[in-house]
Design a protein around this ligand. Structure first.
Ligand code: OXT
Ligand code: ADP
Ligand code: MG
Length: 572
């Protein structure tokens, strides 16, 4: 190509256009694993000032991108190679979609001509077709001049309405396609107002107010959609103006401090069972809330629901919603506040009094358990220590997965700021821990405490090398009870294999961190645990604390043992 004077025109290519399109939209971090055909893309992105974090497995990179989406309201970017790398990333993309977090999985792929004739290309797979049912939207870009619009479409799909995961298919040849640099620059799109406010209809607001006014025992449930919305001030104002007790779902903890007077978290069962009107704010009536019916809700099917959600199809998903309020959390709560005015009648002591008695009794029961100084430690003894450490560091990020390790940490460790608690989410999925910890450190710059069951940690444990490589301020505490739920199961067949839930006894996970230059600690008492974790959180040095937990202390599946099907046939 030449211009009028005969000098060569400046050229660009697919690599540069993709990088420029991401940067133009302030997407400045990529989580991924390099390889054909995206190795140079990662190198060039790094060279262009994007932070490119290379992981040891795509699922962990994808989980990092998913959490980055939750924390920032911008799509987290995960970059993978074709077929196997793509599939490794796909679980995380589905996880992001299920949790309503924005994420874009960008995967290199083989050429259409070869894939569609099934001619056996290197890592051949019809990735677009496979991704489609597992995410919110899936696109393929075939021409360099479409990269700008393709990336824009992916961003808008990920963050607008109910957020979710988007797949972007990048055939290898696209990256090498060449076009005029000026034309290329013109083809890029800066997405304007990617997640527009969604204002609720005035009639829907009035209906909600009427239902709220009729309540004798109202309850607010805050979900991780409310945390995602970053409408923290309005949420606080709504809760405090209403005077209603509130329950935070796991990742909504800290939206208002857990020690807030109106928190009913320590009287959860009573609050759910006895409330007559429940205002759902960015939370779904899924399995985590017993689908809004049954014993947990007092069996009478008399609870009336007001539901605030950006997704209209969420309404009536499980039970009738008396007052659907479709819109974003900030707009809906602001509209409610306007109608409530300054003289809103707060709930009566007939409701708040007994609730607070129940709450106090659970708090007292809990307090005594936390002082347990047993050796080996039980969950309460160890979590009592970590609770203090988090209380002293309100800005620290808390990552949490496991079964007992998850359920007990959720109720024991108070959160005092929004979006500080990251856990297994809607699927209860193990393996999100290290991806979440890495993204938490990268996106916030704050110290991270990852409280991990020994099984949970194993799903993404190799990323300790990644944590050391990038020198991230992550302290992992492994609750080592020698297995899944407990380390005490026996193989009843009499064979020599250990039981299916049991691991190598007294494994030295701490040495994994030491192998890569981080600090390891092996602790058996609350005092040793306190010392090791404080030192790690203060120094910011990558650390793994192997906390020995009584192998008999846990229960099957933690708090959700009732979900296990029971066999009625006795074989012996
Ligand atoms: O009101 P009542 O009296 O009822 O009391 C409640 C509260 O009021 C009270 N409370 C308090 N009291 C005092 N003070 C305070 N501050 C306080 N706060 C609350 O405490 C009780 C309980 O309150 P809570 O927790 O709020 O309420 P509850 O009833 O538990 O809430 C219900 C739920 C459903 C909302 C809640 O339980 C919840 O969110 N659960 C999430 C559960 C979950 O997702 N679990 C993870 C999955 S389990 C299983 O699937 C596992 N696997 C299989 C597997 C998975 N998941 N993924 C993949 C990819 N492959 C396989 C595996 C392999 S777990 C697992 C590994 C497990 O082993 P580990 O070694 O990792 O872990 P360990 O178990 O430690 O060994
Ligand atoms: P939890 O597990 O904490 O109960 P869920 O993930 O089940 O939370 O529910 C989150 C809900 O929040 C989803 O239904 C989602 O559509 C909704 N949501 C996400 N972002 C917003 C927003 N900005 N405004 C309103 N609703 C939102
Ligand atoms: Mg365990």
């Amino acid at each position: 190509m030449t211009d009028n004077e005969g000098t060569p025109d400046a050229l660009t290519d697919g690599f540069h256009l993709l990088i420029d399109a991401l940067k133009l939209n302030d997407l400045n971090t990529i989580y991924g694993v390099p390889g054909i055909p995206v190795t140079d893309l990662g190198r060039m992105a790094q060279d262009a000032g994007i932070r490119v974090l290379s992981f040891r497995h795509e699922q962990n990179a994808g989980n990092a991108a998913a959490i980055a989406g939750f924390l920032t309201k911008k799509p987290g970017i995960c970059l993978t190679v074709s077929a196997p790398g793509f599939l490794n990333g796909l679980t995380a993309l589905a996880h992001a979609t299920t949790n309503c977090w924005p994420m874009i999985l960008i995967s290199g792929s083989s050429e259409r001509e070869v894939v569609d004739l099934l001619q056996g290309d290197y890592e051949e797979m019809d990735q677009l077709a496979i991704a489609k049912p597992l995410c919110k939207a899936a696109y393929r870009i075939l021409h360099a001049e479409d990269i700008g619009i393709g990336v824009a479409r992916a961003i808008r799909s990920a963050v607008s309405g109910r957020p979710g995961g988007v797949y972007l298919d990048i055939p290898g040849a696209l990256l090498g396609q060449v076009m005029d640099e000026a034309e290329g620059a013109k083809s890029l799109v800066k997405v304007i107002d990617p997640a527009p406010a969604q204002i609720p209809a005035p009639s829907a607001v009035s209906r909600a107010i009427e239902v709220m006014k009729g309540a004798k025992k109202p309850l607010i449930i805050l979900g991780k959609g409310a945390a995602y919305a970053q409408a923290d001030e309005v949420v606080r104002e709504f809760v405090e103006t209403s005077g209603m007790p509130f329950l935070p779902m796991s990742m909504a903890k800290g939206l208002l401090p857990d020690n807030h007077q109106q928190s009913a978290a320590a009287a959860r069962s009573m609050a759910l069972k006895e409330s007559d009107v429940v205002i759902m704010v960015g939370a779904r009536l899924n399995w985590l809330l017993s689908h809004g019916k049954g014993k947990q809700w007092g069996d009478a099917h008399s609870t009336k629901f007001v539901q605030i959600d950006i997704e209209p199809r969420e309404m009536d998903s499980n039970v009738e919603i008396a007052a659907p309020l479709v819109g974003d959390v900030e707009s809906c709560l602001s509209a409610l506040l306007t109608e409530m005015g300054s003289s809103w009648e707060k709930p009566s002591e007939d409701w708040l009094g007994p609730l607070s008695v129940k709450k106090e009794s659970n708090l007292v029961k809990m307090a005594s358990k936390l002082l347990n100084n047993s050796n080996p430690m039980d969950y309460h003894a160890a979590l009592g220590v970590l609770r203090e450490i988090i209380a002293e560091r309100p800005d620290a990020m808390l990552v949490n997965e496991g079964a007992n390790t998850l359920d007990l940490a959720r109720s024991i460790i108070n959160m005092s700021k929004p979006r500080k608690r990251l856990d297994v989410g809607t699927w209860g999925v193990m393996g999100v821990g290290m991806g979440s910890a890495i993204a938490a450190a990268v996106e916030t710059g704050n110290p991270v405490l990852a409280i991990e069951g020994d099984s949970a940690f194993g799903f993404s444990g190799m990323e300790v090398e990644t944590i050391c490589r990038y020198n991230l301020p992550v302290c992992i505490v492994i609750f080592n009870n020698n297995g899944i739920y407990r380390g005490t199961d026996v193989n009843t067949s009499g064979g020599s294999d250990v039981a299916t839930t049991v691991f190598v006894k007294d494994a030295r996970y701490d040495q994994m961190m030491e192998a890569f230059g981080g600090a390891g600690a092996y602790v058996t008492s609350p005092d040793e645990l306190r010392r090791a974790v404080n030192e790690a959180m203060d120094s910011g040095r990558p650390t793994l604390v192997n906390a020995v937990i009584d192998e008999a202390a846990g229960s099957e599946s933690g708090n959700i043992g009732s979900l296990n099907p029971q066999s009625v046939v006795s074989k012996k």
